[in-house]
Write a new protein. Structure first.
Length: 85
């Protein structure tokens, strides 16, 4: 991963795009703090998929935990009745 200042990114943008196209990440900083990241096009999609899978796994775990709870017929009937107008 390469770090460059905003000014450097402005003056070397073409070079940085070439590096990103080859798979490298570039972090752009302002006052020594990261403000932007250039990543190859496919990299963001992979991160999005990872986050989605993690979210689904967490949801699946919560569903399993809830399904272990004992629910009586009365609880089910009450929940159904509450949903009716």
């Amino acid at each position: 991963m390469t770090k460059v200042t905003a000014f450097e990114a402005k003056t070397r943008f073409g070079e940085l795009l070439e590096r990103v196209a080859k798979g490298e990440e570039v972090v752009i900083t302002r006052h020594d703090k990261p403000v932007a990241r250039l990543v190859p096009e496919g990299a963001q999609r992979v991160d999005d998929v990872r986050r989605a899978v993690t979210g689904l796994q967490e949801l699946q775990q919560r569903i399993r935990q809830r399904s272990r709870a004992k629910v009586s017929d009365r609880d089910v009937r009450s929940a159904i009745d509450e949903g009716r107008p």
